[in-house]
Design a protein around this ligand. Sequence first.
Ligand SMILES: [Zn+2]
Length: 447
Amino acid sequence: MAVSPVALLDAREDRAARQAAILSRFGMSVLSITIVMPGPVKDGQLSRSLMELALRDVDRLIKVRNWRVFSRDVLWRESGPEAIYSLDVDPWVLKSSVIDLEERHAIGRLWDLDVIAPGGGGVSRRSVGKPPRTCLLCDRQAHECGRSRRHPLPELLKAIQEIVHGATCTLVSDCAYEALVAELMLTPKPGLVDRRNSGAHRDMDLNTFLTSARVLSQYFTRFVRVGYDAPNVAAGEFLALARPIGVLCEQEMFEATQGVNTHKGAIFALGLLCSASGRLVGAGIELTRDRICSEVADICAGLVERELDDTTSARTAGERAFRSYGVGGARGAAASGYWTVRSVALPVYDRLLKAGIGQEMALLESLLQLLAVNADTNLISRGGLAGLEYVREYARRLLLGGGVLATDVLEKMAAFDDELIARNLSPGGSADLLIVTAFLAKFSNRA
Ligand SMILES: [Zn+2]
């Protein structure tokens, strides 16, 4: 909703009064956060996400520096979101540190991080040796262009949107890489390559996977970008745009690993998740787990029928498994909007993380949950339905025995690993779903 100029002046006075009250109450440095949002609409999705990102970074800074917090208030007002902190830290140290945040973060230019010294005076950028801020659109000083209203509002808002979208795209590809590495490093994983051993594989080890992960990391931004640039292409036609990137990524992976398939399934899943996220950002829609997954489901609607049901010869483990047993594999999981991940793995992951058990253990339990239910085409390919059932039963037994809450869970997982190596079984499909779990876990759970 638009805010009148008078209401904005009132809001500014209110803010000054609140700052003065906190200043006199605690006698400490005050940090005030507001959002750079020109025009009459100050509160909206864009300003709120900007404030949430600012709070996350400022809170992290305070924690790292071990500053004492006397008060922290966040207000979501029609005149725009604002936050006020009272902190036990030298005001010039505080100002330099928050300028550093502004400059390091891609969207820092859209934060106003003002510092007031305990005596009451504002600490300027100049007083800590920094030049005044430049305009979003030209090289002049920001306040010059602001005062003279040099640039039309739509142009300014467009520039802001581009900065926010760019930062969100970077965030998505960072999440994809972190998910990939979190799954790889998780140890012990039964039958899979980890820090303990190479699982049931003789042609690859941890280093092969790390080399491969570096290749994939170069492609995540491209997947996000292809979605971001095509939010209006119909979901059913979008796959044709993203696929060539996946093909290139696979080729480069095979070159880097000398022909070993380390991450084909992960490229498919993360490529879809990244490009689906990009489409949502491009359409101005907030990223949540459910929205990302329904976008993937829309993109992959009918994929199983189109590609697995045809009469040409089956090439991958997933294609053979579908031919023999009607199991949909990676394509089926994507077309379902990663239903197993959302209904089985993520609720468990959330619960354990909330209980303070840590990301690694929460992922380990999620893996057990996935192994217990997933129709893993890699297991079927190596051990038939008997192999699949053996792994499912084993995982269920471990879960019944307390899962990761059992005191000897690491020994039990190691024994599980040894059994699968002896049987030459590797649950690669479930490993891919664990990557999906780790990726989605980074996004909001809101509907
Ligand atoms: Zn300007």
